[in-house]
Design a protein around this ligand. Structure first.
Ligand SMILES: NC(=O)C1=CN([C@@H]2O[C@H](COP(=O)(O)OP(=O)(O)OC[C@H]3O[C@@H](n4cnc5c(N)ncnc54)[C@H](OP(=O)(O)O)[C@@H]3O)[C@@H](O)[C@H]2O)C=CC1
Ligand SMILES: CC(=O)N[C@@H](CCC(=O)OP(=O)(O)O)C(=O)O
Length: 784
């Protein structure tokens, strides 16, 4: 603190020297100090809000859908802001610093957008194509071109070259290089940044929002934030969110236009007034007010106990400046406010950034008002005040509105709502959003997972290929077969003809150096040697359930996540253990007297030709098999229906149940073959512990699976049906009262080829590779 006497500061006051020296301002009273403190806090808050976005962009090597065109409006807003602050003497130094901060961050964002969106992504995509094409022979140029063309059109890649059967395989298939939504798409219009949400006078805040992006159109949703918007893989949900979005959209468009109009009117009135009454340069000084950049303007006014000194830019001169600072201020306010409304509509809010932005705006307003509430200083500052204050109000309003909209449409807007009801859409959407966040985190563009499918010519192998066709990051590069080695998959499975895949090869000829992970879909007993010969670096999910970490995903998720080798559960064990393990663990049912009546579609027996599986043998009838032979796998070998025998289902089931209770559990289990191609139902009869009711069982299962995507406990009385899970990874469960008091019946259905085999295998592999568990698995059941 120095005594008065500093040039341009009132001599009779003690003013802060460092502020005078570095900020060219006179802070000569406690009130001034508070104003300065608020101004600096405002700069700090916005600085904090800005930085994460910039760092995230660097880290993600992406600006995710930032539209350069929209960003340019910010550049214009920044120019108005900076110039306005510079010219308008009533503005504070901290306002000018803020304008500089916004300009600086906008420049960085523009550079990042240009680099990541136009240079980096393009280069990376090309590398992605090359990487996939590197197995076997190089694709023909035409193939690559086609790939690129499709990629650009669809924002996802599909193409590649397939080689003739005699040639080494070319493996450009289903390449999941995720591209940003095409330019000009709706989401592109909006910039995803904290500033655009909680913006004020000065644009540019780190992004705490996420763009809404349709999975199908973009694969990955850009988002750098904690919250996400209405991205849905569920048709029902999409329609809900789209309709509410449309209404909100028109409301916001109206609001945006209004803001622009208000800004324009205010600006026009300023121009027409032809003067800035607040800057009393036309008459004798009446007041002495400390405000503005005092070394730039020399106007002294005095009023009551306040005194301020308006520094006027000496090189322009007071007259030359005129109303331009204020006019530029209104331009800035119109641009910032008008451009921000649609952004809020499209994006979610990050609570932390929201707070920083709110504090930044509130302290910004505070710093001006605390310095002086005289009209002569408020009037020229109005554009900045209005912009900041309106943004604070809008943020609060939108914050409430977005949360309400999320709630209504079942989308989670905050972690607190993360476990909304399982029934129906909300959880699926939440899960999809979670997936998208992880996809983003894993940098979809550069991290392709190359998949080998052993036994691709079988039912479970081909089902894996079908599911992977929509996976955002897994691409099949090697497929094996035994008798059908050398053939194309399309010749063996015509329904997969659209998949451009390498020909199948014998296991011994497979090049595993081009593979990151393996699905082993070989018959039980053939796999151990093959798996042992694979490179140790490969992750493996084995559908023939050899020794490894047991991959009943919902019950062993943590072990699966860190495993290298996972034994995928059989289909019977999946339907049975999913309900029984939680009930036994909770002590709600007796471990004794469990009877299981299970039915499988014929695909459960695999594709190889067997007399017992002929249409004439299967159609119009139902057949039990493996009766009483469940205790020992070996006993099935002598059974006439060997080929249908649940080779290890019973030991596998009993092992899981025994582990759940800690003592031996023995079950009665009879599998049946029924004339349908896919589907499985287990009807399980059990004794409830004294005092426990069927409602208790259902409530427990409901709470156990509430957060699970793929296990659904149906409402009371609704009977699960295999036709309602066909082609999907869902397991439907329900509990019913038995006629015998104290006993309950659980019905559990799955598609044996999906949740019972390949779907669950993919679920596990997703976890093992660090991908969202639901990737490639959210397709709804086919019906009828
Ligand atoms: N089907 C189902 O619903 C379920 C199956 N499983 C398990 O999944 C595994 C695969 O079943 P699924 O797809 O139905 O069987 P399939 O009989 O349909 O397919 C078997 C695959 O393995 C290949 N193969 C057969 N023998 C050998 C061998 N000695 N060496 C290398 N490859 C060989 C076959 O090639 P090629 O056709 O050229 O001879 C074919 O690609 C089995 O362990 C099964 O128990 C688990 C749960 C459910
Ligand atoms: C119809 C038919 O043959 N189905 C097969 C089920 C395949 C399977 O999943 O076997 P696990 O459950 O034992 O692993 C079988 O009974 O062996």
């Amino acid at each position: 603190m120095v005594s008065g006497g500093m040039a341009d500061c009132p001599v009779e006051k003690e003013c802060l020297e460092w502020v005078h020296r570095y900020l060219k301002d006179c802070i000569c009273s406690f009130r001034d100090e508070i104003s300065l403190g608020l101004g600096l806090l405002s700069v700090l808050s916005w600085g904090i809000a800005e930085v994460p976005q910039i760092i995230t962009n660097f880290r993600e090597k992406s600006t995710e859908g930032v539209s350069l065109a929209f960003l340019m409006t910010w550049v214009v807003g920044d120019i108005f802001n900076l110039t306005g602050c510079y010219l308008e003497p009533a503005t504070l130094p901290t306002q000018f610093i803020m304008a500089l901060l916004y300009t600086f961050t906008t420049i960085i964002l523009v550079l990042q957008t240009i680099y990541y969106d136009y240079i980096y992504t393009r280069r990376n995509s090309d590398e992605g194509y090359e990487k996939i094409a590197s197995v076997g022979e190089k694709p023909k140029t035409a193939d690559v071109d086609t790939v690129k063309k499709h990629s650009e059109q669809d924002n996802k890649t599909h193409e590649g070259g397939s080689s003739p059967s005699s040639s080494p395989p070319t493996t450009i298939i289903n390449v999941p290089i995720t591209r940003r939504a095409s330019r000009g798409s709706e989401s592109d219009v909006y910039y995803m940044s904290a500033r655009s949400l909680a913006s004020s006078h000065a644009p540019g805040i780190g992004s705490y929002m996420v763009g809404s992006r349709d999975r199908e159109s973009g694969g990955s949703s850009g988002n750098h934030s904690f919250l996400r918007t209405t991205v849905s893989s569920s048709p029902q949900h999409s329609s809900v969110s789209r309709s509410s979005a449309t209404q909100a959209g028109s409301l916001l468009r109206t609001a945006a236009s209004s803001v622009l109009l208000v800004g324009s009117v205010a600006m026009t009135s300023t121009v027409l007034s032809g003067a800035i009454p607040s800057t009393p340069h036309n008459g004798p000084a009446k007041y002495f007010v400390f405000t503005g950049r005092r070394l730039l303007q020399q106007i002294s006014v005095s009023h009551g106990r306040y005194s301020t000194h308006f520094p006027r830019r000496s090189f322009l001169g007071e007259e030359a400046v005129g109303p331009w600072g204020e006019i530029f201020g209104w331009c800035m306010a119109a641009i910032y406010m008008g451009g921000r409304l649609p952004q809020i509509h499209l994006n979610g809010l990050n609570p932390l950034m929201f707070v920083f932005a709110l504090v930044g705006n509130a302290t910004y307003v505070g710093s001006i008002l605390v310095r002086s509430i005289l009209w002569v200083t408020i009037k020229p500052n109005l554009p900045w005040l209005v912009d900041a204050a309106v943004c604070v109000l809008l943020d609060l309003f939108m914050w409430g509105g977005i949360n309400r909209a999320r709630y209504v449409s079942g989308v989670n807007a905050s972690p607190r709502c993360a476990s909304t009801t399982k029934q129906g859409v909300p959880l699926q959407v939440a899960s999809a959003l979670k997936d998208l966040q992880v996809v983003q985190d894993r940098k979809v563009k550069s991290e392709l997972v190359r998949i080998g499918v052993l036994g691709a010519s079988g039912y479970t192998g081909s089902e894996i290929v079908r599911l992977l066709a929509t996976h955002p990051a897994f691409a099949v590069t090697v497929m094996t077969a035994d008798r059908k080695a050398g053939q194309s998959l399309a010749s063996v499975f015509p329904h997969l003809i659209t998949q451009d895949l390498p020909n199948m090869v014998a296991v011994k000829d497979a090049d595993f150096s081009e593979v990151d992970a393996i699905f082993c879909c070989l018959p039980h007993g053939t796999t151990q040697e093959i798996i042992a010969s694979l490179p140790r670096s490969l992750k493996v999910v084995d559908l023939s359930a050899e020794e490894a970490v047991y991959g009943l995903t919902e019950l062993h998720r943590d072990e699966v996540r860190s495993a290298r080798l996972v034994a995928n559960p059989g289909c019977y064990p999946t339907t049975i253990q999913l309900p029984l393990v939680p009930l036994l663990q909770a002590g709600l049912i007796s471990k004794d007297g469990i009877i299981i009546d299970a039915k499988s579609g014929v695909s459960g027996a695999g594709r190889s030709a067997k007399e017992a599986n002929l249409y004439t043998e299967i159609a119009e009838g139902m057949k039990s098999y493996g009766i009483t032979n469940h205790r020992h796998v070996a006993s099935f070998t002598s059974f006439p229906l060997l080929i249908l025998a649940p080779h290890c289902a019973v030991p596998e089931i009993e092992q899981g149940l025994t582990q759940a209770v800690g003592s031996q559990v023995t079950i009665s289990f009879t599998p049946h073959l029924i004339p349908m191609s896919r589907g499985m139902q287990s009807t399980i009869y059990m004794q409830m512990v004294n005092g426990v009711t069927v409602d208790d069982l259902r409530a427990h299962l409901k709470s156990k699976f509430e957060d699970e995507e793929f296990v659904v406990v149906l409402p009371k009385g609704v009977v699960p049906c295999t036709a309602h899970v066909r082609g999907s990874n869902y397991c439907l469960l329900n509990v019913f009262e038995d006629r015998i008091p104290g006993r309950a019946i659980v019905v559990s259905v799955i598609d044996n080829l999906v949740k019972g085999a390949s779907g669950q295998a993919l679920q596990n592999m997703n976890l093992m590779m660090g991908w969202p568990e639901t990737s490639g698995l959210l397709q709804q059941p086919m019906f009828p």
